[in-house]
Design a protein around this ligand. Structure first.
Ligand code: PLP
Length: 362
């Protein structure tokens, strides 16, 4: 059943409280993420968590948990679609974008191969290997951007070409013209997936506007990173309706949880959230990278909430020694064994990182 037919099953009169009527001023401010325990800068999570407006919306959502929240899901889809000039049937909701990624691998590979950058987010390759699908891993180029020409050359009949922009773990951005070149030259029948989990932290332009001209382009975004909702599980897939319908074979008619959906809506409605968090993250990241550079350590030119440090020696023992100092970082990508990934936490996390790093490398 398509999203539109499902939508027609939802009675318009099933009123949810209007988010505009919630008194955001009463919302509690986020509690400090790290209190007493280790500094957790190892999973690219948000040190700030859901915004105050999202927290209040989650509390509202608890009261609605007795009902299936299709209405909230459609409102989220409608708002996101309107903001991006899309039709509602070009947006699909997933309980986290990882699920959408896994379903894309299932839908578009099988007997055809998967092409991925290396190093990058491993979830698509892991999903493919689990199903016996051939995976072509193509090294990032000298700019640490995707080498789109090599990715295209890897298999002229690839089922799925995965791009991560900005890339996890490097935080680096692939120029828009490279992605456009890949889309123009890719073979018919190969789906291109642009994973934009970290796009909100960066100055990179989203590829969502390309969806209208490219029936085999799928873009994924998530509320887990800048929006601070990793634990609430909310991701979006954006593509032309027939492409999304191919994902539905695996997704069925899933719906996210009411507190999650209302928090997603509140996050999108908060116009200050992205610019404020983007600026705060960039300041903390760039300060840390500058501190490392002053001490002779080279880092990737990150535009996200993580970066990598070239340790010039195996990185795993460094991860372990930092953990002994109460600072969790990592992980190591086997193709870049000397590089350690560090996520950007809050002010205190980064202070703890600097003092532990100085001890471990001193
Ligand atoms: N895509 C990338 C590049 C990621 O780094 C992650 C998580 O770290 C995900 C997708 C999965 O995010 P979600 O929490 O939306 O499943």
């Amino acid at each position: 059943m398509t999203a539109m037919t499902r939508r027609s099953l939802v009675g318009l009169g099933m009123a949810l409280p209007l988010l505009g009527q919630i008194n955001w001023a009463n919302a509690a401010s986020p509690s400090p993420a790290t209190n007493g325990g280790p500094a957790r800068i190892n999973y690219n999570e948000s040190p700030w968590g859901p915004s105050p407006a999202a927290r209040e919306a989650m509390r509202e959502g608890i009261g609605l948990c007795g009902r299936y929240p299709y209405d909230a899901q459609y409102r989220l889809i409608d708002l996101f679609a309107a903001e991006h000039g899309l039709k509602p049937d070009q947006v699909q909701v997933f309980c986290g974008s990882k699920l959408a990624l896994q379903h894309a691998v299932m839908a578009f590979t099988g007997s055809r191969s998967l092409v991925v950058p290396e190093p990058s987010y491993e979830a698509p390759a892991e999903a493919a290997v689990g199903r016996g699908t051939r995976v072509h891993s193509i090294a990032l180029d000298a700019r640490f951007a995707h080498d789109v020409d090599a990715m295209l050359a890897a298999d002229p009949a690839a089922g799925l070409i995965y791009l991560c922009n900005p890339n996890n773990p490097t935080g680096t951005v692939t120029p828009r013209q490279d992605i456009e070149r890949l889309l123009a030259r890719k073979p018919a029948g190969s789906v291109v997936l642009v994973d934009e989990a970290y796009i909100h932290f960066s100055d990179a332009q989203s590829c969502i506007d390309l969806v209208k001209d490219h029936p085999e382009l799928l873009v994924l975004q998530t509320f887990s990173k800048l929006y601070g909702m990793a634990g609430a599980r909310l991701g979006l897939a954006i593509g032309q309706a027939p492409l999304l319908q191919r994902l539905e074979a695996f997704d069925g008619q899933n719906v996210a949880a009411s507190p999650t959906l209302l928090a997603g809506l509140a996050s999108l409605q908060d116009r200050q959230l992205v610019p404020q968090r983007k600026a705060k993250n960039a300041r903390l990241r760039d300060q840390t990278i500058a501190w490392l550079a002053e001490r002779g350590w080279r880092c990737t030119a990150s535009q996200t909430n993580c970066f990598m440090i070239d340790m010039r020696r195996p990185g795993q023992p460094v991860v372990e020694r930092l953990a002994e100092q109460g600072v969790l970082v990592g992980r190591i990508w086997p193709s870049w064994p000397n590089w350690v990934r560090v996520s950007v936490g809050d002010e205190r996390d980064m202070q703890r990182f600097r003092s532990a790093f100085a001890k471990v490398t001193g």
